[in-house]
Design a protein around this ligand. Structure first.
Ligand SMILES: Cc1cc2nc3c(=O)[nH]c(=O)nc-3n(C[C@H](O)[C@H](O)[C@H](O)COP(=O)(O)OP(=O)(O)OC[C@H]3O[C@@H](n4cnc5c(N)ncnc54)[C@H](O)[C@@H]3O)c2cc1C
Ligand SMILES: NC(=O)c1ccc[n+]([C@@H]2O[C@H](COP(=O)([O-])OP(=O)(O)OC[C@H]3O[C@@H](n4cnc5c(N)ncnc54)[C@H](OP(=O)(O)O)[C@@H]3O)[C@@H](O)[C@H]2O)c1
Length: 363
C-alpha cells in the first residue's frame, strides 16, 4: 500500500531566507525522486513555507515490538566520519526560524549527504568550522543534534538538518564574542561546503514500540531530536513503524517569537489529535498562578499527577534535551509526586534510566 504525507515546513520570520538556487536535490518548483515527490509551493516561498510530499510504501506492524536495548540496536552507525577524514556536504538551505524581535537567532539548515551519512532519529553529527583557532590549528568539532528524521527533510535519505542557535555573548572585558561554529553555521550560504563527522550518540534513539508513550522535554534548540522523532511519527509512512501511542511535547522558549517549528507541530496535532499533545512554556511572557516564570517544569507541574501516572507504565519513555539546568527543575516537580506514593524520586529515576525510559542529553 502506498501512502502520501504532506508536511509544511515553515520558516516564519527571516528577512534573509536563503533558499537553494542550484542543487541537484531541489529545483525552484518541484523535483521528483524515486521514492518521494517534493513540491515547493511557489506562492509559499515568499512566506517561507515549503510543502513536502513524501511517498513511501507502508505496512502496519503485526505484533507488539520487543524491547531491545538502544545500545544493541541493529544498523545504528556511529563515527563513520572522524575529524581527520570528515564528510564534505553542501548547504542546501539555511533559514532563520526565530522572529526578528526574538532574543537571539536560531537557524534551520539542510545539508546534502548523498546518503553517505546514515543516521537515526536522535543521533547527532559533528561539524568542523572552516578556518583555524588562535593557535593556527583547525577548529575542533562541535556536536549538533540532528533535527531531521532519518529520511531527511526531502524524504530521500540524502540530507541532514540542524537547528542551531547563534552564540553571541559579551565577555568580562565588555567585548562581543561570537561562537566559532554556531556563527559559521548560521552564516552558511546555499552551495557552501560543510565538514561533517559522525553520526554519534545512542542515548536519544527512539523506542521501537509504536504504542509507546513518548514524553519529550525541550528547551530552545533542544527541540532538534524531537522534530526528528515527530516527523517520523506523523509526517512519514514506514513499513515497520506506524506510531499509535502518545507523543507529548513540552517546549520551553523565551518569547513567542522564538517558538521553534510551531506551525509544523500544530499541523501534526491537526493530523493526529489523539496521538499528539503539545505544550509550550514561554518564559518571558507567561507565568503560573503564583506569578512565577513559565519554565518547562512550571508547565509540566500543571499535569503533575498525570505525568506521574504515565511514568509508572513500562512503555513510557521520557526524553530531555537542551539546557543543563532543566533536569534539576524537572526533578523538583517529580520528587513530591513520587514521595506521596512513598517513592524516592532519585532512586526511581535511576531505575527508569536503567530501563532506558529516562533519556537525557543536556548541555
Ligand atoms: C550532544 C550535543 C548536541 C548539541 N546540539 C546542539 C543543537 O542542536 N543546536 C545548537 O545550537 N547547539 C547544540 N549543541 C551545542 C554546540 O555543540 C556548541 O557548543 C554551540 O553551538 C556553541 O559552539 P560555538 O563554536 O559557536 O561556540 P564556541 O566558540 O565554542 O564558544 C563557546 C564557549 O564560549 C563561552 N561562552 C558561551 N556563552 C558565554 C557567556 N554567556 N558568557 C561567557 N562565556 C560564554 C564558553 O566558554 C563556551 O564554552 C550541542 C552540544 C552537544 C554536546
Ligand atoms: N543535546 C544537547 O546537549 C543539546 C542539543 C541542543 C541544544 N543544546 C544546547 O541547549 C541550549 C538551548 O539554548 P537556546 O539558546 O536554544 O535556548 P533558548 O532559546 O534560550 O531557550 C531556553 C529556554 O529555557 C529557559 N530556561 C533557562 N533556564 C532554565 C532552567 N533552569 N530550567 C528550565 N528552563 C530554563 C529559558 O528561559 P529564560 O532565558 O527566560 O530564563 C528559555 O525559555 C544551548 O546552549 C544549546 O547549545 C544542547
Amino acid at each position: 500500500m502506498a501512502a502520501a504525507v504532506t508536511a509544511a515546513v515553515s520558516f516564519p520570520s527571516s528577512k534573509s531566507t536563503s533558499l537553494p538556487t542550484r542543487t541537484s536535490i531541489i529545483t525552484p518548483d518541484r523535483i521528483t525522486l524515486k521514492k518521494a515527490t517534493f513540491y515547493r509551493d511557489a506562492s509559499a516561498v515568499s512566506g517561507r513555507v515549503v510543502s513536502i510530499r513524501a511517498q513511501v510504501t507502508t505496512e502496519a506492524p503485526a505484533t507488539k515490538v520487543e524491547k531491545v536495548s538502544k545500545k544493541d540496536e541493529e544498523g545504528v552507525v556511529v563515527n563513520k566520519f572522524k575529524p581527520k577524514n570528515p564528510y564534505t556536504g553542501r548547504c542546501l538551505l539555511n533559514t532563520k526560524i526565530t522572529g526578528d524581535d526574538a532574543p537571539g537567532e536560531t537557524w534551520h539548515m539542510v545539508f546534502s549527504t548523498e546518503g553517505e551519512v546514515p543516521y537515526r532519529e536522535g543521533q547527532s553529527i559533528g561539524v568542523i568550522a572552516d578556518g583555524e583557532d588562535k593557535n593556527g590549528k583547525p577548529h575542533k568539532l562541535r556536536l549538533y543534534s540532528i533535527a531531521s528524521s532519518a529520511l531527511g527533510d526531502f524524504g530521500d535519505t540524502k540530507t541532514v538538518s540542524l537547528c542551531v542557535k547563534r552564540l553571541v555573548y559579551t565577555n568580562e572585558q565588555g567585548e562581543i564574542v561570537k561562537g566559532v561554529c554556531s556563527n559559521f553555521l548560521c552564516d552558511l550560504k546555499p552551495g557552501a561546503e560543510v565538514k561533517i563527522t559522525g553520526p554519534v550518540g545512542k542515548e536519544m534513539l527512539m523506542p521501537k514500540d509504536p504504542n509507546a508513550t513518548i514524553i519529550m522535554l525541550a528547551t530552545g534548540t533542544g527541540i532538534a531530536p524531537f522534530r526528528s522523532f515527530l516527523w517520523k511519527m506523523f509526517f512519514e509512512k514506514h513499513e515497520n513503524y506506524k506510531f499509535n501511542g502518545l507523543a507529548w511535547l513540552f517546549l520551553g522558549v523565551p518569547t513567542s517569537s522564538s517558538l521553534l517549528y510551531k506551525e509544523e507541530f500544530e499541523k501534526m496535532k491537526e493530523k493526529a489529535p489523539e496521538n499528539f499533545r503539545l505544550d509550550f512554556a514561554v518564559s518571558r511572557e507567561q507565568t503560573n498562578e503564583k506569578g512565577e516564570k513559565m519554565y518547562i517544569q512550571t508547565r509540566m507541574a500543571e499535569y503533575a499527577e498525570e505525568l506521574w501516572q504515565l511514568l509508572q507504565k513500562d512503555n513510557t519513555f521520557v526524553y530531555m534535551c537542551g539546557l543543563k539546568g532543566m533536569e534539576k527543575g524537572i526533578d523538583e516537580i517529580m520528587s513530591p509526586l513520587a514521595a506521596k506514593d512513598g517513592i524516592e524520586w532519585i532512586d526511581y529515576k535511576k531505575q527508569l534510566k536503567k530501563a532506558e525510559q529516562w533519556n537525557v542529553e543536556v548541555y
